[in-house]
Design a binder for this molecule. Structure first.
Ligand code: SDX
Length: 393
C-alpha cells in the first residue's frame, strides 16, 4: 500500500458499481435475472423475453413482446457493404475476431451512434445489435464450408432464424428441428448475463468514456474471447478430445492440473471467481446435454469423458480445497456440438447469449451517470534520471 491506494489485482474484492440487473450468490450457487430464477427462465421463457427483461427491467406484456420481436425482425438484414468487409477476412479467421470487427464496424454504418445522446436514445442501436449479431455470426461458418450465406427468414423465431441461416442450403428445404431450437433457446438464456464478469466490466469501462454502444460491445466480445473467460468453452471440448485421443485417462489430466505450476495445464470448464459451489448453469446444462443428445440420438463419447473428469476432480483434495466445480463452459460445448455448431464458434454462441446482458449493463451504467472508469496505480519504476545522448549510451 502507498498512501490511500490499495491494489486489488483482478478486482477480487472490489465492487465496481451498484446494479439491479443480476443477483449471484457464489456460496449457494444462486443466479437471478431481475429477481427471476435462472431455473424458471431457462424452462419457461424465450431468449427474447429474457433479453427484454434484462434490458428494460420487467418481463414484457404480450403487446410489448410482439413490438420488440417485430422491431428485431425488421433489422435482421445486414448492410451488404458489411459483407464486403467480411469477404476480406481469410477463410481461417477466428469467428470471434471477425465478429468483434464487424460489430465495431456497425458504428461506421450508423454514424448517428457517434453522437452521445445518452442511454435513452440507444433503443434503435439495441434493436440493430440483437437483430444483426446472429446474421453476422453465421457468415464465418458458411464461408468455412464454401457455402453461400443465407438471408434471415423473418417468419421464423429468433433461434430458428439463426439455425436456418447456419444450416440451410439453397438446394433443399431446411426444417428447423424444435429440439434443436429449444436447446439453443435454453443455452442463450443461461448465458444472458452474469453481473460484473470480465467482459461485462469491459463493456462498462469502454462505455464509461461515453463511447458508442457498438464499440463498447465489440470490446466485450474481445474480452470474452480469452480462454480464461468465454473462450473456455472451446478449450473444454479441445481438452476432452485430447483426453479421448490419449486413451481417456482422466486421472492423468487431473494430476496435470494439480501441478499447474510445472505443467502449466488447467482443467478448462472448472473453477469460478464467484461460484464456490456448483455453477447453477452447469447443473442445468449437464442435464440438458443428456436430454438433448438422447432426443437427437447422438452418442458423443466425449460426454462420458466429461462425466468421468468431473467425478475425478470433485473427489480430489486439490479441487475440493480450492472449491473448483464445473462452470457454465464445461458441458455447453457438448450440446453445441450435438446441434452441429463447429467448435470455433462456441464462444460466438456465448457472445450471442451474453449480448442482452452487456447491453443492459451498459444502459444501467449510463443511466446511473457513472463517472469515467480511471483506476490509480502504485508506481514501481525508475526514479528521476537525466537524458543521455545516444552516442553516450
Ligand atoms: C466464465 O466471471 C464470470 O462470471 C465468468 C462467467 C460468466 O458467465 O461471465 O461465469 C463465464 O468465464 C467461466 C469461467 C471459464 N474459465 C475456465 O473454465 C478456465 C479455467 N478456470 C480458471 O482459469 C479459473 O478458475 C477462473 C479464471 C475461472 C477463476 O480464476 P480465479 O478466481 O482468478 O482463481 P485462481 O486462478 O486464482 O485459482 C485459484 C486456485 C489457484 O490455485 P493456487 O494458486 O491457489 O494453488 O485454483 C486453481 C489455481 O491454480 N485453479 C485451477 C483451476 N482454476 C483455478 N486449477 C486447475 N484447473 C482449473 N480450472
Amino acid at each position: 500500500e502507498s498512501g490511500y491506494i490499495t491494489i486489488d489485482s483482478g478486482y477480487k474484492n472490489t465492487g465496481a458499481t451498484k446494479s439491479a440487473i443480476t443477483f449471484l450468490d457464489g456460496e449457494k450457487g444462486i443466479l437471478h435475472y431481475r429477481g427471476y430464477s435462472i431455473e424458471d427462465l431457462a424452462e419457461k421463457a424465450t431468449f427474447l423475453e429474457v433479453a427484454y427483461l434484462l434490458i428494460y427491467g420487467d418481463l414484457p406484456t404480450a403487446e410489448q413482446y410482439s413490438k420488440f420481436e417485430n422491431a428485431i425482425r425488421r433489422h435482421t438484414i445486414v448492410n451488404e457493404d458489411m459483407r464486403k468487409i467480411f469477404e476480406g477476412f481469410p477463410v481461417n479467421a477466428h469467428p470471434m475476431g471477425t465478429l468483434s470487427s464487424l460489430i465495431s464496424a456497425m458504428s461506421a454504418f450508423y454514424p448517428e451512434s457517434y453522437d452521445d445522446k445518452g442511454p435513452d436514445q440507444t433503443d434503435l442501436h439495441i434493436i440493430r445489435l440483437l437483430a444483426k449479431l446472429p446474421t453476422i455470426a453465421t457468415w464465418s461458418y458458411k464461408k468455412s464450408q464454401g457455402h453461400p450465406v443465407n438471408y434471415p427468414q423473418n417468419q421464423l423465431d429468433y433461434c430458428s432464424n439463426f439455425l436456418h441461416m447456419m444450416f440451410a442450403l439453397p438446394v433443399e428445404k431446411y426444417e428447423v428441428d424444435p429440439v434443436v431450437s429449444s436447446a439453443l433457446n435454453k443455452l442463450l438464456i443461461l448465458h444472458a448475463d452474469h453481473e460484473q464478469n470480465c467482459s461485462t466490466s469491459t463493456v462498462r469501462l469502454v462505455g464509461s468514456s461515453h463511447a458508442n454502444l457498438f464499440s463498447s460491445i465489440s470490446a466485450g466480445i474481445g474480452a470474452l474471447w480469452g480462454p480464461l473467460h468465454g473462450g473456455a468453452n472451446q478449450e473444454v471440448i479441445e481438452m476432452l478430445e485430447a483426453i479421448k485421443a490419449d486413451g481417456g485417462d482422466v486421472g492423468k489430466y487431473v494430476e496435470m492440473a494439480k501441478n499447474a505450476k510445472t505443467t502449466g495445464f488447467r482443467l478448462f470448464g472448472f473453477g469460478h471467481r464467484v461460484y464456490k459451489n456448483f455453477d447453477p448453469r452447469a447443473k442445468i446444462i449437464k442435464k440438458a446435454a443428456y436430454d438433448v443428445l438422447e432426443k437427437l440420438g447422438v452418442n458423443d463419447p466425449v460426454l462420458e469423458i466429461a462425466k468421468g473428469l468431473e467425478e475425478a476432480a470433485l473427489n480430489d483434495e486439490y479441487f475440493i480445497a480450492r472449491k473448483l466445480y464445473p462452470n457454465v463452459d464445461f458441458y455447453s460445448g457438448i450440446i453445441y456440438r450435438a446441434l452441429g455448431i463447429p467448435t470455433n464458434m462456441f464462444t460466438v454462441m456465448f457472445a450471442m447469449g451474453r449480448l442482452p446482458g452487456w447491453i443492459a449493463q451498459w444502459k444501467e451504467m449510463r443511466t446511473q451517470k457513472e463517472p469515467i472508469g480511471r483506476p490509480r496505480q502504485i508506481y514501481t519504476g525508475s526514479t528521476l534520471r537525466p537524458f543521455v545522448p545516444i552516442e553516450q549510451r
